[in-house]
Design a binder for this molecule. Structure first.
Ligand SMILES: Cc1cc2nc3c(=O)[nH]c(=O)nc-3n(C[C@H](O)[C@H](O)[C@H](O)COP(=O)(O)OP(=O)(O)OC[C@H]3O[C@@H](n4cnc5c(N)ncnc54)[C@H](O)[C@@H]3O)c2cc1C
Ligand SMILES: NC(=O)c1ccc[n+]([C@@H]2O[C@H](COP(=O)([O-])OP(=O)(O)OC[C@H]3O[C@@H](n4cnc5c(N)ncnc54)[C@H](O)[C@@H]3O)[C@@H](O)[C@H]2O)c1
Length: 443
């Protein structure tokens, strides 16, 4: 007789690596359980993407007003307290909304911390939950510097929950979170210093574009201290002293933005013999761990693809089709775009300008965007893109720095993913005038 399990599929974690796929899977009749010990929906809705983009909205507006100065009259400024309050109005309903979607398809939501005890069992406190298949989708947590006084630094979630904006903010690290939050805090009136480990900012992005964004932030008063080895944080009478190299700096508030680490500890991986490292859980091309009924999805996977929400969604949908029996094909990742929400943004997909420069089979075209009539409508002053073509003149990569770079890159995704030829591109008719029309017009 076949073993009876509580669930067909049991997920540990309820973020995008889980719910986008778990909901349609349950809707198709599979018995699904989801274990979550914190807010339903995970990082992105509650302390990541959705929260951050709400705080950023007024920044984009102040930039636009600044560009249109003289046409739009009267100064505007950001009220941090109202902005933070508004962020909560946007994000606070999300856990209930996502839980409601799960419950509507009869997913069991199990509150608590899941620990694998054997290949088919997850313990939640002293309760055993069994499943034919298990998906580990536990995400990541902020990396924290291991230095004396580290407890005086805060993480990205604490920044987004600040009730009052500190006057002087020091940000350690120069990746996504550092640059996005430096942009937001500076626009809201804080005195911001970014301390970078090496001599580069946003090292995964095209440096000539990063340099322009950094120069703009510097002109707005953000200070950058390069090659800063932070060695200690020390409490002062009214803030924190940041010790680095042979120098020190006073701060009211310190953000540790030195990266994120996969949640692989304390979840029973050793007990069931799952292979993992500090980069995450090892999976094969079916997102299967070395224990064949246990899979992983989202940020917790050790992978080359960017650890972003679109990747997590794609993986959870892949697993949905796999468990539903639609396909047994290996996962085939599409071109996954990424964007840093500075102002202007930098967005990219596919072959980068740097890769293209090192491979004679690629050709590039560059555009200085403020020359376009459409970008002159909003008086954009910063904006460039690089388009990369293969030998058949198919678009294989695009990188853009501009106010609406995310929309421009989204517009180009079908051309890149499906390697469209000129005739096919000609059949993509976009609304005019629009960022899509402007972008397609450059091909
Ligand atoms: C500040 C910030 C801004 C970001 N902005 C963007 C953005 O603009 N665009 C973008 O694409 N990406 C962004 N990201 C990244 C994005 O949030 C992640 O890629 C995405 O959330 C990954 O989803 P996930 O399901 O893999 O992990 P998570 O969303 O982290 O979900 C994992 C869940 O598992 C739970 N969990 C962990 N261990 C256990 C356990 N043992 N038992 C039960 N539950 C457990 C956690 O509580 C969590 O809810 C941002 C991240 C941060 C931190
Ligand atoms: N727009 C987006 O899509 C978005 C926004 C925010 C976060 N995220 C996700 O969250 C992840 C984490 O973001 P993040 O900015 O924390 O990480 P990151 O990897 O982008 O940047 C980490 C930074 O910390 C620096 N650093 C590392 N160790 C250090 C040390 N010991 N001392 C000083 N500096 C050190 C690195 O050089 C780098 O500049 C991202 O990789 C991304 O997956 C995405």
């Amino acid at each position: 007789m076949a073993t009876q399990y509580d669930y067909d599929v049991l997920y540990i974690g309820s973020g995008h690596g889980t719910f986008d796929g778990a909901i349609p899977l349950a809707a198709r009749g599979k018995k699904v359980g989801v274990i979550e010990d914190d807010l339903i929906g995970g990082t992105c809705p509650n302390r990541g993407c959705n929260a951050k983009i709400t705080l950023d909205a007024p920044v984009a507006l102040t930039r636009l007003t600044e560009q249109m100065n003289g046409i739009v009259t009267g100064g505007i400024s950001i009220n941090w307290e109202q902005n933070e309050k508004h962020m909560h109005e946007v994000i606070d309903p999300l856990p209930d909304m996502i839980a409601g979607l799960m419950k509507s398809v009869h997913i069991d939501l199990i509150k608590g911390y899941g620990v694998l005890s054997d290949p088919h069992t997850v313990m939640v406190d002293d309760q055993a939950k069994t499943a034919e298949n298990i998906v580990i989708s536990t995400g990541q947590h902020p990396h924290r510097l291991d230095i004396p006084g580290k407890e005086l630094a805060h993480d990205s979630e604490a920044f987004m929950n600040l009730k009052h904006l500190p006057r002087k903010i020091v940000i350690i690290g120069a990746g996504y979170i550092s640059m996005e939050f430096a942009t937001i805090a500076n626009a809201a009136g804080a005195d911001v210093t970014v301390m970078t480990h090496g001599d580069r900012v946003l090292r995964k992005f095209y440096q000539p574009f990063v340099d322009q964004v950094v120069a703009d932030l510097k002109a707005r008063g953000v200070k950058f201290i390069y090659n800063a080895e932070v060695s200690q944080l020390e409490k002062s009478t009214d803030g924190v002293v940041v010790h680095y190299n042979d120098a020190q700096l006073d701060a009211d508030w310190v953000l540790d933005a030195t990266g994120r680490k996969p949640n692989v500890d304390g979840i029973g991986l050793d007990k069931v013999g799952i292979t993992y490292s500090t980069n995450g859980i090892a999976v094969n091309d079916h997102l299967q761990t070395n224990v064949n009924n246990i899979y992983a999805s989202g940020d917790v996977i050790d992978k080359e693809q960017p650890k972003l929400t679109p990747t997590a969604i794609f993986e959870s949908m892949y697993l949905m089709h796999h468990f539903a029996g639609d396909s047994d094909e290996p996962i085939k990742y599409p071109a996954i775009p990424s964007v840093v929400f500075t102002s202007p943004r930098i967005a990219k997909v596919g072959v980068s300008p740097d890769e293209a420069a090192q491979n004679e089979h690629y050709q590039t075209a560059t555009n200085h965007l403020p020359d376009d009539w459409y970008r002159q409508v909003t008086k954009e002053t910063l904006g460039d893109n690089v388009l990369v073509y293969n030998q058949q003149h198919q678009l294989v990569g695009a990188t853009e720095m501009s106010d609406q770079a995310e929309d421009a890159i989204n517009t180009l995704l079908p051309a890149i993913e499906f390697k469209l030829d000129a005739d096919q591109l000609g059949r993509l008719v976009t609304l005019f005038p629009s960022i899509a029309a402007d972008t397609m017009g450059q091909l």
